[in-house]
Design a protein around this ligand. Structure first.
Ligand SMILES: [Zn+2]
Length: 221
């Protein structure tokens, strides 16, 4: 059994949008990785098979029972990965990775269709299984959560959170001071509409700038 040197393993999550070009780009990246795991959603598929990622030296995991699988996992050849068949479907694939004699890690690739109510039942089952068995789990997903901060035109319900953390940077609590004075992820919008304010009272004097700032980052809803 080969060990997986966890500190040197590259991990990537990628939605390929069924694109030949995106598959070629990912393939190029995988070709130069020694130890890597790719959690892929919406791969390029033809005749029930995933295209563009075959004939690499590693292993490509996906559910072949479905015509158009929307989740797959690629692991380089030095990684010892076993499918968790109870948790593999068209939209989800999970493998257990043995990285020392005693230690296993679960990685999963999940596609969450927009028309379904999240989280998917299979994903909840997987998380329960990992909690019950004490296994660490890494999930790479296309959750179809939309928000202008991530490049979409409009937010959807999944893009709105009740977490106290800043929805832009997830680094600090989302207070007025954080968003208006500090948050690195909205710095461009802040500079555009508010300049470089030094304090909250200073920002409060610029109502027009405030409205256009929040309007642009779509946090007025
Ligand atoms: Zn922030």
């Amino acid at each position: 059994m080969m060990a997986c040197p966890s500190s040197k393993t590259s991990l990537v999550q990628a939605n390929l949008h069924h694109s030949e070009t995106a598959s070629a780009q990912l393939r190029k990246w995988l070709e130069v990785q020694r130890t890597a795991i790719a959690l892929i959603q919406e791969p390029w598929v033809g005749a029930g098979k995933i295209k563009g990622l075959n004939n690499l030296k590693g292993k490509l995991f996906y559910s072949s029972e479905h015509d158009k699988p929307r989740a797959c996992i690629y692991t380089t050849k030095d990684i010892c990965a076993q499918p968790l068949t109870d948790f593999c479907s068209r939209d989800m694939y999970a493998v257990a990775i043995q990285y020392t004699q005693e230690s296993r890690l679960v990685v999963a690739s999940v596609y969450m269709p927009e028309e379904d109510t999240p989280p998917p039942h299979d994903l909840s089952r997987l998380v329960n299984f990992c909690e019950r068995t004490g296994l660490e789990v890494v999930i790479g997903t296309d959750s179809n959560a939309h928000h202008p901060l991530w490049g979409m035109e409009k937010p959807n319900e999944r893009g709105v959170t009740d977490s106290p953390l800043c929805r832009a940077c997830m680094g600090e609590e989302e207070t007025a001071a954080h968003v208006l004075l500090k948050c690195p992820e909205v710095a461009t919008y802040r500079a555009k509409h508010l300049g470089t304010p030094g304090s909250l009272p200073e920002v409060a004097c610029n109502i027009k700038g405030l409205l256009s700032f929040f309007g642009e980052i779509s946090w007025l809803e």
